[in-house]
Design a protein around this ligand. Structure first.
Ligand SMILES: [Fe+2]
Length: 250
């Protein structure tokens, strides 16, 4: 399966469908045929570790048509990530793209379940669309890499936490509406809420391979730190999607 544009070819190489150590995460996305690399890319960009961790998020398959429509955006993000201030440069690309949220929504599609649609996974950059069901919450967690978030439908409220000698402390709030972009630095800790009675969808971009990085999460009630736990995150996505199904039935 491949899509071509101006002679550059993104390959969806079926041989690079990787599994985590626990066999739970289907690794996705785009890899590039080495013979067809655009000039701004190096072969190193295509290297991803097979050691994807099981962080538990629901992975939603990306359709070829969606990849083709996202190709220019992905290319622009990869090019921006090579600039000196990569996070800021990628943010500009993201801000421009979500400044027309209805267009981005059309490209990615209306969210229908909680999960991640992964458009790019490389050791330097990860791009996915995250969809949150109505009033879905994610507990405080870190990423150990910079992150940019751009909302194309709904609203995402972020609490930014800081680590103090007394534990985690809420430090800042960022309410992101469609068209808004937020940046998180490498050491940021945030929790996420969709406060609406409808889906929220956002593009999330990370300055590294999101899926191989050990991270921490904090219990939402006790704020005790623990290693990222795939079982807990998986149950959050599962419950959110089951709740959604129940709402549709009722
Ligand atoms: Fe996050």
């Amino acid at each position: 399966m491949n899509a071509s544009k101006n002679g550059s070819i993104f390959l969806l190489d079926q041989n690079t469908t990787l599994c985590s150590r626990r066999g739970m995460i289907r690794t996705l996305g785009l890899t590039l045929g080495a013979s067809a690399l655009p000039s701004f890319m190096s072969t190193a960009m295509t290297e991803v570790s097979v050691d994807a961790l099981d962080h538990g998020e629901k992975i939603i398959p990306v359709e070829e048509k969606e990849l083709i429509e996202m190709q220019k955006f992905i290319e622009d993000c990869i090019a921006a990530n090579n600039e000196a201030n990569s996070q800021e440069a990628v943010k500009e690309v993201l801000a421009k793209s979500v400044s027309n949220p209805s267009s981005m929504l059309k490209t990615i599609g209306e969210p229908t379940e909680a999960g991640l649609k992964i458009f790019l996974r490389s050791k330097d950059l990860t791009i996915f669309a995250a969809s949150w069901t109505p009033q879905m919450n994610l507990m405080p967690h870190n990423h150990h890499m910079w992150a940019n978030i751009g909302i194309y439908t709904g609203r995402e409220d972020n609490i930014i936490w800081e680590q103090t000698n007394d534990g985690l402390n809420a430090n800042d709030v960022r309410c992101l509406f469609a068209g808004d972009v937020a940046t998180l630095n490498t050491s940021a800790i945030h929790s996420v809420t969709n406060p609406l009675q409808r889906f929220t969808g956002g593009l999330h971009i990370y300055g590294g391979d999101f899926f191989v990085t050990e991270r921490s999460q904090w219990d939402p009630e006790t704020l005790e730190e623990e290693p990222s736990n795939g079982e807990i995150i998986r149950s959050i996505f599962k419950e959110a999607n089951e709740q959604m199904r129940r709402m549709k039935i009722d």
